[in-house]
Design a protein around this ligand. Structure first.
Ligand code: LAN
Length: 747
């Protein structure tokens, strides 16, 4: 396996029904006990860790989840003892062997509760937020954690001394200032050579006044930026009548849940008291004298290296109004608004058991709750306990995950990949455990406050991570459903997810369909597209409303088609209509070159696989005109064939996502190759040599143990920020090879 470093072994992942806690030298596997008694780190252990967690970003900025995988593999790996299929066909045998080897390795990574854990890092602006929360609330992380966080931040410094918004990104002001400040908060001296160079980068690029608005926000909390240089968040907008098309209840839930606590902090102008470090930092990150900065003039200043979406003139006009309103803002109205916001924050905390919807509101809610109720309050303590759910250790140090994990999503995909052919029957225990996790994670009740706080109904849905996080997602529900059906069909378990719960899942999926025929992420599209004009973030696109996406739509369509197969009588007319409209949406999204753009992974190969999968499942079943479906698929095949590399694989870089054009990676990537192969195998009459070359590439990259090396980053959100899906390098090659095998034996 990998060469293992001794201090990696000091870190252990504790799991419980999908919950992840990384513990330093734990004496028990009980999460709660560990959280109360974290171990101290010795000076020798600190210097050893600095050696053992050295990571060369120049080789590959993506870590390979080696710390977790080493431990899981060592503890769980068993040589395969099942009976492999007997055949004289050498080609078949070779494919079966790599599928079995792949699953057998991957099964060793499965947690006892049935889910697959994995690195979900990537964005670099998350950990700084958490460190700022920890600093302003005087709630330091244990020293062992702090040391690992430092290593992570140092490891991801770019060659030009700056940091990107994500691990593969070029340096930006947002990335650089946030990491710089983080290192200082972690106690690193300003004369440390890496910091001296970073400071030069910051000043050369205009200084921290050009940090985008989310950075301005965090710096203001630290008293490193003046709130006057921040466009008003107009907290009173929460008191608007709900029918207004721009009432914030209509925002995409992630924007809503981030701008909500931000508005609280803004209304209260929360800022920590000055201290020596803050005073020093004010001289370190600005090109000009802090006292001389004209703050109101900085509200829209953004460094060129950061600017991705330009603020619309409409928003600028609105800001003129809301910024002026701050001068006359009326006390009782502001209080009414902040009281409302605080109630909403409490509801979100309770609904998610303090995990919150994601890593950003997790941090900002913590600050608000601390401000409102104090460090000794029960609420704040609950928040702090959950900070640890977002941390992850890999060979590049300790990072903050993009969510509290991708547990359900990875488990659903893994299950389907394993069960793609009869070879899955060789892994009954793995499938049983995965099924238990699927069963556990389906959401079974509604919160008392769900309507009051604009939540989409959720009984029967599946979340992206864990049941406790409890935010339902349309396509996660579809994947959870498809995976459950696949397990039921396998006959490997006695179903515990009964008919009623299956039907609840179907109902939820139906309830999620938008008027345009497509499916969005967590909720219906609640406002017209023009609301995007109010996007105040300079670094993300399409964040204001929940849009229909090709992948989400395809996942939902696929699961509904499967339901029609298993439960032909359940709401068949309604399902038929929903599927047809979904197909029409997918067809409309296809580009002239035959591809589809992917919003949630890199990129065209991903969405093209999803779309082709849905169209191929629909073909011949009367949902749509079959000739149209066939033509669309042929165009998709032509697209994929045109992008095949000389070695038989496919490879895209993250630039495909941010530039919206297919951007070929220098080398083939197993994840992209697997998506392409899966898509090609779903279509009839594709040139077999094209597929065989792709399969060959996947096999040639498989390690002796059955793993694949970590290559480039696979996930994305909001076009411009990339996110790691560590398990994709196993799930999709296994799935593609397994599908190839199934096809071979079917002849
Ligand atoms: C995710 C992760 C999963 C992803 C899929 C299910 C893959 C997708 O098909 C639908 C959208 C969804 C649920 C999704 C939305 C945006 C998320 C939550 C993330 C990419 C994980 C992190 C990201 C979140 C917005 C990060 C915080 C940053 C902000 C801009 C608030």
């Amino acid at each position: 396996m990998h060469s293992v470093k001794s201090s990696w072994k000091n870190w252990q992942l504790l799991t419980e029904q999908g919950r992840h806690i990384w513990a330093f030298k734990p004496t028990s596997t009980d999460i709660n006990q560990h959280l109360q008694n974290a171990h101290n780190i010795s000076p020798q252990e600190i210097s050893l860790a600095a050696e053992d967690f050295k990571f060369d970003k120049q080789v590959n900025p993506n870590s390979g989840d080696k710390v977790f995988r080493f431990a899981a593999f060592t503890n769980n790996f068993r040589g395969f003892t099942g009976v492999t299929p007997q055949t004289n066909n050498l080609e078949q045998k070779k494919v079966a062997d790599s599928v079995i080897k792949g699953i057998n390795y991957f099964a060793s990574l499965q947690s006892a509760d049935g889910h697959w854990a994995g690195d979900y890092g990537g964005p670099l602006f998350l950990l700084p937020g958490l460190l700022i929360a920890s600093y302003v609330t005087h709630t330091p992380f244990p020293e062992a954690h702090q040391e690992m966080m430092k290593l992570y931040v140092f490891n991801h410094q770019n060659a030009d001394a700056g940091w990107g918004m994500h691990i593969e990104g070029e340096s930006t002001m947002f990335g650089t200032v946030m990491q710089y400040v983080s290192l200082r908060l972690l106690g690193v001296d300003k004369d440390e050579p890496a910091l001296v160079k970073a400071r030069a980068w910051i000043k050369l690029n205009g200084g921290a006044t050009g940090i985008p608005s989310w950075g301005k926000f965090y710096l203001s909390i630290l008293n490193l930026y003046d709130w006057q240089g921040f466009n008003s968040l107009f907290p009173e907008m929460w008191l608007f009548p709900k029918w207004l098309p721009f009432h914030p209840w209509r925002y995409w839930c992630h924007s809503r849940m981030v701008y909500l606590p931000m508005a609280y902090c803004y209304a209260q102008r929360i800022k920590m008291p000055e201290n020596d470090l803050i005073l020093s930092l004010r001289t370190e990150i600005y090109s000009e004298d802090y006292a001389e900065i004209n703050w109101p003039q900085q509200r829209n200043t953004v460094c060129d290296k950061d600017s991705y979406t330009v603020l619309s003139p409409v928003l600028k006009w609105m800001n003129l109004f809301t910024n002026s309103y701050e001068k006359i803002s009326c006390g009782w109205l502001r209080k009414k608004a902040t009281d409302y916001i605080l109630r909403y924050l409490n509801a979100e905390d309770q609904q998610t058991d303090y995990i919150n919807i994601g890593p950003v509101n997790k941090v900002i809610n913590s600050i608000c709750i601390w401000h409102a109720y104090g460090a000794d309050s029960e609420q704040f303590k609950q928040h702090v306990t959950r900070w640890f759910d977002y941390l992850w250790v890999a060979e590049d140090g300790m990072k903050m995950s993009g969510y509290n994990g991708s547990q359900l999503w990875d488990t659903a995909f893994s299950t389907r990949a394993i069960l793609e052919s009869d070879l899955g029957q060789l892994f009954p225990e793995t499938v049983q455990k995965a099924y238990q996790f699927l069963d556990h994670s389906q959401i079974k009740s509604e919160h008392a406050t769900h309507e009051e706080f604009f939540r989409h109904p959720m009984i029967g849905s599946w979340p992206f991570s864990t049941a406790e996080n409890g935010w339902p997602v349309a396509d996660c529900t579809a994947e959870g459903l498809s995976a459950s059906l696949a397990v039921h069909e396998s006959g490997l378990i006695k179903p515990t997810i009964g008919e009623v719960r299956i039907q609840q899942a179907v109902d939820i999926i139906l309830s999620y369909q938008n008027k345009d025929g497509g499916w969005a992420t967590y909720e219906l599209s609640r406002a017209p597209k023009w609301l995007e004009k109010l996007n105040p973030s300079e670094v993300f696109a399409d964040i204001m409303i929940d849009y229909s996406w090709t992948e989400c739509t395809a996942a939902c369509v696929i699961s509904l088609i499967e339901i029609q197969h298993f439960y032909p009588d359940y709401k068949s007319t309604e399902l038929h209509k929903a599927i047809s409209a979904g197909l029409a949406f997918i067809l409309k999204q296809q580009k002239a070159d035959g591809s589809w753009y992917g919003g949630w992974a890199v990129c065209f190969t991903y969405a093209t696989w999803f779309a082709v999968e849905a169209l191929s499942k629909a073909k011949g079943k009367g949902y749509y005109n079959d000739t149209v479906l066939a033509n669309s698929m042929q165009n998709a095949v032509a697209f994929l064939v045109s992008k095949q590399k000389i070695d038989g694989g496919w490879g895209e870089t993250f630039k495909s996502c941010s530039n919206l054009v297919y951007t070929e990676a220098e080398t083939s990537q197993v994840v992209n190759t697997a998506w392409a192969v899966l898509a090609l195998l779903a279509v009839e009459n594709v040139d077999r040599t094209v597929i065989a070359a792709g399969v060959n590439l996947l096999q040639s990259r498989q390690t002796d143990q059955g793993d694949w090396e970590q290559e480039s980053i696979s996930g994305v959100f909001n076009y411009n920020c990339m996110i790691t899906y560590a398990n994709y390098r196993n799930i999709f090659p296994i799935w593609a090879l397994n599908r190839y095998y199934r096809e071979m034996i079917q002849g």
